[in-house]
Structure formats: C-alpha cells, structure tokens
Ligand binder design. Structure first.
Ligand code: HEM
Length: 414
C-alpha cells in the first residue's frame, strides 16, 4: 500500500482550484499522464486533495463500507442552500434519507408520471415547426416546467407570472454557486453576485413557505409538508434544493448529450422497444455524466484502490474519467449502446452518474422516468440531425453543459 503520487504543494501558491475550475477534465487528464496513475495528490480549495479516477477507486470510495468519509460539499454550497441532507453526515443523514426515500418511493414516483407525460407531450408537439431548435435551452425549459409542476404544483400555463418570477430567482440563486471559485480571482464582483444569490434564496424560500401553507396544494408539496423532518425548515430547504436550477441543468445536459450521441442507425432500434432505449440512456450516462466529479472529506485513514488516504485530506472522485477507465470498459471512449444489451447486472455498478453506496442519489427513479418519457416521446415522433460545423464541446463545472448553443433539426416521422 503506497501514498498517491503527486504533490499537495504549499498552501495558497500550490492551490490548483482555478486551474481545476477552468477545465476539470483537462486538469485531471494531464495529471494522470504526468503521474502515470489514475489516483494522484494535488491541492484544491486549500486542502491536500487526492483525485480518484479509476473505476475501482471511485466504487470503493463511494461504497465506503467502513464509513471513512464525510460528504465534502458544505465548504462551498452550504450558505446558498441552507441545512439539507447534502451537508449532513452520520446518523442524521440516515434519518433524512429515510424521510426523503418515502417521497421518492415507487408509488410516489408513479404519481408524478402524469405531469411528466402531459408536459412532455405539450412541449414536443410542434418541435419540427420550430427547427432548428436550441437543444440545451429547450430541454432546460421543459425540465424546469416538470420540476416546478411536480415539486411545487405550479402550472407554467396558468401561473405564468409566478413561474417566470421563480425562473428568474433560480437563475440569480444559481449564480451564487458559480461565483464561489471566482471569489479567489475577483472578490469584489463575486461578493456582489453572491449577495444577490442570497437575496434570491430568501425570496424562493418565501414562495416555498407560502406554497406549503396553501391548503389547496396537493401532491409533492403536501407530501413534504407532512414528512416528519426534525425541523420544519428542513422541508423548505429540501424543496429549495429540488427546485433549484441544479436538477433541470443536469437533466438538460443528459438530454442534449442524448440528441448529439444518438445517430440515425439507433433511431429505429430504439423506437422498437424500451430495452434498447435503456441501453442508449446507460451509455449516455457513462460517457456524459452531468456531474463530472464529487467530493469527500477523509475522517479516518483508509485505503482506496491500493493507495493510502489520510485523515484530514479531501478526495475528489472523477465520475467522467472513472466511467472511461480502460480497466473497466472495453473501447471506453466509444459510444457503444450495445455493450449494455447482455451486460451482467454488476456492470451497472461501474456507473456513478447518480453516485453509489449509502449516499447515492435519492431522485434516481424519478429522473429515470423523466429521461425515458422524454426520449421515448422524442423517438416516437421525430428523427433529427445536427447541422455540421457546430462546436459541440462542453464545459464541466458545476454541471457539464455545451460551451455554445447546439442546434438540431427535428423531422416528423411519416
Ligand atoms: C439528472 C439529474 C440528477 C443527477 C445526475 C444526480 C446525481 C446525483 C449524484 C451523483 C449524487 C451523489 C453525490 C455524492 O455522493 O457525492 C446525488 C445525490 C443526491 N441526489 Fe441526485 N441527481 C439528480 C437529480 C436529483 C433529483 C431530481 C433529486 C430529488 C428531487 C435528487 C436528490 C438527491 C439527494 C437528496 C442526494 C443526496 C443523498 C445523500 O446525501 O445521501 N437528485 N445525486
């Protein structure tokens, strides 16, 4: 057992936060090549940080059987979101997970399906007449509508003023997250943006509280209101998290990657049955996870994929690189949906798009339903093409997204 190669450098001057923030994937790829290892040491957010980008390493870190690690998001997201499960560890996180699980049980998720299907059908109705379509923008709007409709029982069509107010507020709130690393470079600008984000948070919480007080509200708001959170503000803060820009951005990212990756040959196969559609969705998750990385704080010395991690260090697990690890997948860089057709069940355990282990994503079934509903409806009604000559590169943090508008032409099936 050895310590990871690389160096944590000196505090401040050795910090690589800006380099990582500018191009997370490039930074990690360069370090993998330089250290000749998918696990290496560097310094991020002022902490010695072990980067874990082997598939085996990420699996071990996330499954965390000996409870060696805490979640590492509090340092830069706590103020923007307030108390919620992402900033909770130990027994308190177990209690919160149980409460939240009930909100996303199979029965609950099934009850959200009607809204998902209705809003999807409405949005896809005339896509061909709006072509070329700005794909990411289109999916972000549709998934925002779905999230607001399910989580806050708000209909974009009948409550137009309120929905645009919420959309504006969630955008300003979101800028608080992206302004955090900028504060290292331009403190003045960032503190202004950050202050505005906190104001937006207060206004969003007020809307959420009013919604929960409204006795005519049903569905998810009623369920979360009745859930037995240890404090009432935990229900509000979780609704803030679920209705924030984070979820629609992640969904729009996956759906945009789907439209780019799925080619002519796959259209008819996917339209014939849900099995091949699932293979396409799994392969999109593998190659294009919206969250390219996640963070842990090491509480106890431990070993990950043969390397020693020390108490007090942070660990960045690199989802995107781990899902492209040649030790885990053959032809890892190629989009090969057929690899999932007869795959053993354990193969799926090599995917970390929704995390893994005791802190895996609670919204997975709900998200899977949204992705399946939208992509299935899209394939039933249309074929599409991406006009050539577009820059299809992506930015990585905090949620991966296209660097430039991606336009697609949708053609109605005869
Ligand atoms: C495409 C959309 C989404 C993606 C890609 C995604 C991905 C993830 C990932 C990777 C984690 C694990 C974080 C870690 O362990 O470091 C996570 C955790 C979590 N997700 Fe999601 N998520 C999505 C949507 C949702 C939705 C819609 C909800 C609920 C409304 C949700 C609720 C949660 C919660 C509560 C946790 C924290 C669990 C814990 O701390 O124990 N997610 N998600």
């Amino acid at each position: 057992m050895t310590t990871p190669p690389g160096s944590a450098g000196l505090p401040i001057v050795g910090d690589k936060s800006l380099e990582f923030y500018k191009d997370a994937i490039g930074f990690v790829d360069r370090n993998i090549a330089h250290n000749k290892s998918r696990i290496f040491l560097s310094r991020l957010l002022s902490k010695p940080t072990v980067f874990v980008s082997s598939n085996k390493g990420v699996k071990e870190l996330l499954e965390d059987k000996a409870m060696n690690c805490d979640l590492g998001y509090k340092a830069f997201m706590y103020e923007i979101y307030g108390d919620n499960i992402l900033f909770t560890d130990g027994i308190n996180s177990v209690v919160l997970r149980e409460i939240l699980h009930n909100l996303f049980s199979a029965e609950s998720v099934a009850s959200y399906q009607e809204s998902i299907q209705r809003l999807t059908s409405r949005a896809l109705e005339d896509l061909h007449s709006r072509s070329p379509v700005n794909v990411y923008k289109f999916f972000k709007r549709l998934t925002t509508e779905i999230c607001l409709s399910v989580f806050l029982d708000i209909d974009f069509q009948t409550a137009q003023e309120l929905s645009s107010q919420i959309c504006e507020l969630t955008t300003t709130h979101w800028h608080g997250i992206i302004s955090v690393p900028v504060s290292i470079k331009m403190p003045m600008m960032s503190s202004f943006t950050y202050g505005k984000a906190l104001e937006a948070k207060a206004q969003l919480l007020k809307i959420i509280q009013d919604k929960l007080k409204d006795t005519t509200t049903s569905g998810f708001p009623q369920k979360i209101q009745n859930a037995r959170f240890p404090h009432a503000n935990l229900a509000h803060n979780h609704l803030l998290l679920f209705t924030s820009a984070l979820v629609p951005k992640a969904l729009a990212s996956l759906l945009t990657s789907f439209v780019i990756a799925v080619k002519k040959d796959d259209f008819d196969k996917a339209n014939c049955g849900s099995t091949f559609l699932d293979c396409l969705l799994l392969e999109v998750q593998r190659l294009y996870p919206p969250f390219v990385a996640g963070r842990r704080l090491v509480r106890k010395d431990c070993v990950v994929d043969g390397y020693k991690l020390h108490k007090g260090q942070a660990a960045m697990y690199m989802t995107r690189q781990a899902q492209r690890d040649p030790q885990a997948f053959t032809k890892p860089e190629e989009f090969l949906p057929q690899r999932w057709i007869n795959a053993e069940k354990d193969e799926r355990k090599k995917l970390f798009c929704f995390g893994a282990g005791p802190r895996c994503c609670i919204g997975q079934n709900f998200i899977w339903n949204i992705l399946r509903t939208i992509t299935q409806s899209l394939l039933r009604k249309y074929t599409w093409n991406i006009p050539e000559g577009q820059d299809l590169s992506f930015k990585w943090l905090p949620v991966s997204r296209p660097s430039h508008d991606v336009l697609a032409n949708f053609v109605e099936r005869s």
